[in-house]
Design a binder for this molecule. Sequence first.
Ligand SMILES: Cc1ncc(COP(=O)(O)O)c(C=O)c1O
Length: 439
Amino acid sequence: MTTTTALDLDAFWMPFTANRQFKQAPRMLVKAEGMHYTSDDGRKVLDGTAGLWCVNAGHCRPTIVEAVRRQVGELDYAPPFQMGHPKAFELANQVARILPASHKHVFFVNSGSEGVDTALKIALAYHRVKGEGARQRLIGRERGYHGVGFGGISVGGMVNNRKTFGSMLAGVDHLRHTHDLARNAFTKGQPEHGVELAEDLERLVALHDASTIAAVIVEPMAGSTGVLLPPKGYLQRLREICDKHGILLIFDEVISGFGRLGAPFAFDKFGVTPDMVVVAKGLTNGTVPMGAVFASDKVHDAFMTGPEGAIELFHGYTYSGHPVAAAAGIATLDIYRTERLFERANELAPYWEETIHSLRGTANVIDIRNMGLVAGVELASIPGKVGARAYDVFVRAFKKGLLIRTTGDIIALSPPLIIEKAHIDEVANKLSEAIREAA
Ligand SMILES: Cc1ncc(COP(=O)(O)O)c(C=O)c1O
């Protein structure tokens, strides 16, 4: 086990972290197995967040570990441009087995952020190859999180992720977000109210004209902003408006993909098929960085014209389809399939829902929302100190042996899909104690 007490913490500039606060009182994880982490002081910590929404099959699964070990010793790296290796093709084929037949084209990237930028670039290039190069506008949504690349922060809608980074991409507009505590608080599953917010897209079409709009990108379930489920009918309506105006619809399923909502993907769950899907995280169970964009035949085939010797898309990464990541992905999908983890998430969802909603009535809890094996617990903010209450709960929960995630004053829960009912009880009990103590 790595010793952390003697470590100098200064050199590592930590991402999305209050560095000075953290380094005063570090929280270090040194091992993981199944549903648990081990902290550097030897405590077992129940993983209520699947790492960072990614370890859907639980930690250090032996078959994934073995596949990675074998691969790195057999073919550590192979260039992906004008060269191939079997594992990338095999993983794409494995993924295609859980995709609609019309969406089996898989473009590999290394993260969700790269996946988002890739999908946005494909959307722009698609219209250009179709002879509609004036379609350059991209539409995102308030409170959306699409990673941290310039494309992602441009279409994203979380102000702290955008405000310090200049003017970003030009020609971007946003739909309003769908969060509505006044009408939808304590909804189990999809909220009743808010379908009309999809009409924002018609308003943006009226403002900019459809001939200038390339794509709309949304998270079908907005995760990082605090678990916002789509109102009933909302995604269907977005699809209809996109179809009516020739606009591509992109779903960012970096969090909602690979079983989180009790179906392989959110588009399966909600019965709305986008033109492109961005995934990452659960694709390799978080073991090796990897993401992907799934494209429909319509999008992909538009590029497969012109001379056969011409490169169709001038885009890709040194590590697109990296052999070690591909091996991890194949082993991960095998676990999802053989252990029926997506179905398992669906089967456990009612117990999860009932248990998490039992926190209703706890001091300062102003909303609870859930689907599959994800939940958001929203707390009233301390006036003038947004985020302080949830951070207090987070620290207390960690001390009690539970890892949660917070954004502002919202607690997000997204455990590995191998969770047992006893763990669900433990999540609720420890969280309830932490919230009451922080009150
Ligand atoms: C919906 C969504 N898109 C994109 C990203 C960015 O992924 P990454 O951090 O792998 O770049 C995230 C990360 O949480 C996400 O939740």
